[in-house]
Ligand binder design. Structure first.
Ligand SMILES: NC(=O)C1=CN([C@@H]2O[C@H](COP(=O)(O)OP(=O)(O)OC[C@H]3O[C@@H](n4cnc5c(N)ncnc54)[C@H](OP(=O)(O)O)[C@@H]3O)[C@@H](O)[C@H]2O)C=CC1
Ligand SMILES: CC(=O)N[C@@H](CCC(=O)OP(=O)(O)O)C(=O)O
Length: 346
């Protein structure tokens, strides 16, 4: 059994990790931290976990965490970069759900996250954990930077086009919408039901911290440092789910005839990417609670613009599910172990 610790067990991604790990056959959760709820039984805070975890939240303690084989950080930015290096030095592997180790350019990281990076060594060594791209590196990684939710939906939807050089790279557009759980569990007036219910808005249109992460991934896929992408997130009055509508112009419109096959070939062996028939409209509810990304291609009349619609559950493939997928790869387990459950409908 893999001994697992979770730092930040009371947040939405932390409790989602617990929900998934509760039925994972190769994991024993040994330690779940919370500073504000230290001493409380996990099942008292999260009744859905009654009978699954006989554990109390504890304050984060390096010595206890270092007894684990793997520690997940489900914490705000700035926490993992201070604690992970010590854990790794003691032989514990780390999957960080925050953005601490996602960006390779630390000046860009500092500008977006408002603090200097405190572990440049591990920022360089960390493997960006999108298994569909970096599976081999993830296998032996000591530290995996779990991708952000929007970057997961956007990159998966665009990778086949960019890897094959099929589209113009100067003006890609990612128009993405998320449910409110993407903002985490801490109270914010802007996230109250009365503020977001029956309403819909864009935010971060002049710049969002996922933009450099998306650009970093797309640049690597295209092998084109001058790639230009416009990313605008939107907040939907629902709890889970992201839909990203992606636009790119084909270099040769005749390639439309083979696009569906390009996508199906690219993802044929991927357990968690499902390419729907051409012209389908994937719904966020088709991935709610599941680790899948479903996507479909569209063309309007004889336009050269390819439209990709890509959906994920922000808390699963966009966070905790992908983190467990990474753990499975790191420990040589079957990649979909504990992650096979289909989405929850209706
Ligand atoms: N929500 C989502 O859809 C996604 C979130 N993420 C990222 O995952 C991380 C967690 O997100 P989410 O679960 O939404 O966040 P929440 O705000 O819901 O939870 C944060 C957790 O971290 C703990 N925590 C806060 N500060 C510290 C600290 N200084 N030291 C130790 N523990 C701390 C909190 O508990 P306590 O304060 O009691 O210790 C709490 O358990 C974030 O970095 C987020 O950006 C990534 C992808 C998607
Ligand atoms: C709806 C909503 O607010 N979404 C969050 C998504 C961020 C997230 O969870 O990702 P990180 O791990 O990169 O912080 C936001 O836009 O900030």
């Amino acid at each position: 059994m893999i001994k697992v610790g979770i730092v930040g067990g009371t947040g939405y991604t932390g409790v989602e990790l617990l929900r998934i790990l509760a039925v994972h056959p190769e994991v024993a959760v040994r330690c779940i931290t919370s500073r504000s709820e230290a001493g409380m039984a996990v099942a008292d805070l999260y009744p859905n976990l009654r009978g699954h975890f006989d554990l109390n939240f504890t304050a984060p303690d390096l010595a206890t965490l270092a007894e684990c084989d793997l520690v997940f950080f489900a914490t705000p930015h700035g926490v993992a970069m201070r604690m992970a290096p010590e854990l790794i030095a003691r032989g514990t592997r780390v999957v960080d759900l925050s953005a601490d180790f996602r960006l390779k350019d630390l000046d860009v990281w500092a500008a977006w996250y408002g603090m200097p990076h405190e572990s440049p060594e591990w920022a360089e060594k960390a493997v960006y954990g999108l298994p569909e791209v970096a599976r081999e590196a993830i296998r032996s990684a000591k530290l995996v930077a779990n991708p952000g939710c929007y970057p997961t939906a956007v990159q998966l939807g665009l990778l086949p086009l960019l890897e094959q050089g099929l589209v113009k790279t100067d003006r890609i557009i990612a128009d993405a919408k998320s449910g409110a759980s993407g903002a985490g569990r801490q109270g914010k007036i802007g996230m109250l039901h009365g503020e977001i219910g029956e309403s819909f808005k864009a935010y971060g249109a002049s710049g969002h911290r996922h933009l450099p992460e998306i650009r970093q991934g797309l640049v690597a896929a295209a092998g084109d440092a001058s790639l230009g992408v416009t990313f605008v997130p939107h907040l939907l009055p629902m709890i889970r789910g992201i839909e990203a509508t992606l636009y790119a112009e084909l270099n040769d419109p005749a390639d439309f005839d083979r696009l569906q096959a390009v996508f199906e070939d690219r993802y044929r062996d991927e357990p968690f990417v499902d390419v729907l028939p051409f012209g389908s409209h994937p719904e966020t509810r088709s991935v709610r609670g599941a680790n899948h990304c479903r996507m479909a291609l569209h063309r309007q009349e004889d336009s050269a613009t390819v439209i990709v619609s890509s959906v994920i559950d922000n808390l699963v493939k966009g966070a905790a599910g992908q983190a467990v997928q990474n753990m499975n790869v790191m420990f040589g387990l079957q990649e979909d172990l504990g992650l096979q459950a289909p989405a929850l409908l209706p």
